[in-house]
Design a binder for this molecule. Structure first.
Ligand SMILES: NC(=O)c1ccc[n+]([C@@H]2O[C@H](COP(=O)([O-])OP(=O)(O)OC[C@H]3O[C@@H](n4cnc5c(N)ncnc54)[C@H](OP(=O)(O)O)[C@@H]3O)[C@@H](O)[C@H]2O)c1
Length: 332
């Protein structure tokens, strides 16, 4: 089969595209014929050796997948041949990833695809959708009527947070890097959008929270959180979610934090158990079927351009180049 792979960690141009043996479905696994995969920032960190796992070289990157079940391994019973499935959590903890024509995946990480969702959309929503759902509901305990803020309302995680929070009955505030992206945020359900590149962010927060009231859930997607801005804007018993910025060392206003009974919750989606991830995935499928959640596809590229896709993802996430409005999808 054709696959994108690396033989050692390093920059994006370490990724080669060529022939690797087609895997077989082992116990508990199914063999998936891949239709679409999505690129995530963590794929680039693992490929670059920044996030360290013991990798079985040649190692195929990629967490997310959508495809068709081709073969069922022993002790696997959730799916049958021909089922369309989506999933995430591959390419982590030394597992092979998804950037290949076929993947052998444990069925515990796979879910059926909602009928109205394309393969590109299903892959685009996988890791980011599960992350948004775990953050909002498992970790922050979002309730209808609360006010949610998320940075980057057209970003991978941000676009799912906006849609899911709105669908759950929250008032949603977000940011965008351009007027066009601000329109996209509103189309996704955002009630208020701050154009972070050309508006006075603090003045806009003051204006918006004068209408909405203080923020109950601050879902921080930036690698450099500004807690001096965030904490004063929070409601009593608000929850601050941190899930990015491994090297960040922000200033932290202790007094304003504890006198509001605030909570700060860090999480990485890959720590969630198979049952927790499946619960999120089933809820996401229901949101997708009702039209409340549409994963955002920004670019579709051939899988042979995986290296270029990693370069683009890094420019977007690490250098805030603003070239994407959603996910990069690769197709074999
Ligand atoms: N802990 C976990 O489980 C987990 C899971 C998924 C992702 N992550 C991490 O979360 C982060 C975001 O991931 P992603 O996939 O959503 O990335 P992404 O698709 O690259 O999105 C980044 C977003 O940040 C916005 N942005 C950039 N600079 C900004 C600024 N100064 N102010 C406000 N917004 C700004 C961008 O807005 P514009 O495009 O409008 O400029 C864009 O929407 C990454 O660091 C990733 O590693 C963690």
């Amino acid at each position: 089969m054709k696959a994108a792979y690396i033989s050692q960690t390093g920059p994006w141009n370490q990724i080669q595209y060529g022939d690797l043996p087609t895997p077989k479905a082992g116990p508990g696994e199914v063999l998936v014929r891949v239709e679409a995969v999505a690129v995530n920032p963590i794929d680039t960190y693992i490929r670059g050796g920044i996030v360290k796992f013991e990798l079985p070289f040649p190692w195929v990157p990629g967490c997310d997948v959508c495809g068709v079940v081709e073969e069922i391994g022993t002790n696997a019973g959730r799916f049958k041949k021909g089922d369309r499935v989506w999933g995430s959590n591959q390419g982590l903890f030394g597992r092979q990833g998804t950037f290949s024509e076929y993947c052998a995946i444990h069925e515990q990480w796979l879910y059926p695809v909602a009928e109205n969702i394309s393969s590109a959309e299903a892959a685009a929503g996988a890791l980011v959708g599960i992350t948004a759902h775990l953050g909002l509901f498992l970790h922050a305990g979002l309730r209808s009527g609360e006010v949610v803020f998320v940075n980057g309302g057209t970003g991978g995680v941000g676009s799912s947070v906006v849609q899911l929070a709105k669908a759950a009955g929250a008032t949603v505030i977000t940011t965008a890097g351009s007027a066009e992206k601000a329109d996209q945020c509103r189309a996704l359900g955002a009630d208020h959008v701050i154009q972070y590149r050309n508006e006075d962010i603090d003045a806009r927060f003051a204006e918006i929270t004068a209408k909405t009231g203080p923020i109950h859930v601050w879902f921080e997607t930036l690698r450099t959180p500004t807690l001096d801005r965030c904490v004063p804007l929070m409601a009593i018993r608000g929850r601050i979610i941190l899930m990015a910025g491994r090297d960040a060392r922000p200033e932290f206003p202790v007094g304003p934090f504890y006198v509001k009974d605030l909570r700060m919750i860090g999480f990485a989606m890959f720590n969630a158990s198979p049952d927790e991830q499946r619960a999120a995935a089933e809820a996401l499928n229901a949101f997708a079927a009702s039209g409340a959640w549409k994963p955002q596809v920004s670019r579709v590229m051939p899988m042979s351009q995986a290296a270029e896709a990693h370069r683009l993802q890094e420019e977007n996430t690490l250098q805030s180049s603003g070239q994407l409005s959603g996910k990069i999808i690769l197709m074999p």
